[in-house]
Design a protein around this ligand. Structure first.
Ligand code: SAH
Ligand code: MG
Length: 209
């Protein structure tokens, strides 16, 4: 990965350990020339820099989707709340301005397209992707909804990446792990694991949906 972008990604606020981000970058680099990369859960753009660097190197594109209103655990009073991200005019979370600044700082404005909205709504109008990275709502309902909406969009031979997969319940919430098991059950093939990042490939011949 471009060392300047790697150094910048480290500095961006967010939830992507550097070694997992580099693993995500490597997966994205494998397929970035085949079609668009899609990320669910932009937040402040940390993982978007790892993915966007791969897209830029391949003359590809990353679409990063977020409503920027925060997940449940990011709301006031919850574990991952950051008061700096509250928009004073509405009292609601808004990470979009920080994402935009991250993309400017990274020089990725022409490579990364920010889509502001609900991930499942966007999926309903999407055709296909070379890689889908699921890191949006981590609760039972949103995690499975993202899988159901987005896994069919992965092109044959393309990659599905899932973050925060914790086989041991002591390490974190269940839904991303359940989604990973579900993907295996649906015919996706294990491609790599790094920390809580899991990468799967959709087979070219037989169907996985
Ligand atoms: N990938 C980021 C972290 C993402 S945190 C990083 O590298 O730091 C999860 C994000 O998912 C939050 O910003 C939240 O607003 C977003 N999100 C949750 N549910 C969503 C939904 N249904 N549609 C779009 N975005 C959603
Ligand atoms: Mg995550």
């Amino acid at each position: 990965m471009n060392p300047e972008l790697a150094a910048l990604a480290r500095q961006v606020k967010g939830f992507m350990p550097h070694d997992e981000g580099l693993a995500l970058h490597r997966a994205a680099a494998e397929v970035a020339s085949l079609g668009p990369l899609v990320e669910i859960g932009s937040y402040c753009g940390k993982s978007a820099v790892y993915l966007g660097a791969a897209a830029a190197a391949a003359d590809g594109v990353l679409f990063t989707i977020d409503h920027h209103r925060g997940s449940e655990e990011m709301q006031a009073g919850w574990e991952h709340h950051d008061p700096v991200l509250v928009d004073a005019s509405t009292g609601r979370m808004d990470s979009l301005p920080v994402l935009r600044q991250t993309l400017i700082d990274a020089g990725l404005e022409n490579t990364v397209v920010a889509i502001v909205g609900d991930s499942v709504t966007v999926a309903a109008h999407w055709s296909s992707a070379a890689l889908v990275f699921i890191d949006g709502g981590h609760g039972q309902v949103p995690a499975h909804a993202d899988y159901e909406a987005w896994s069919p969009k992965v092109m044959p031979g393309g990659l599905l990446a899932i973050h925060d997969v914790f086989p041991d319940p002591a390490d974190g919430g269940r839904p991303p792990y359940e989604v990973w098991l579900r993907a295996l059950d649906d015919g996706f093939i294990e491609h790599g694991a790094h920390g809580s990042l899991r990468v799967l490939r959709k087979p070219v011949s037989r169907s996985a949906s």
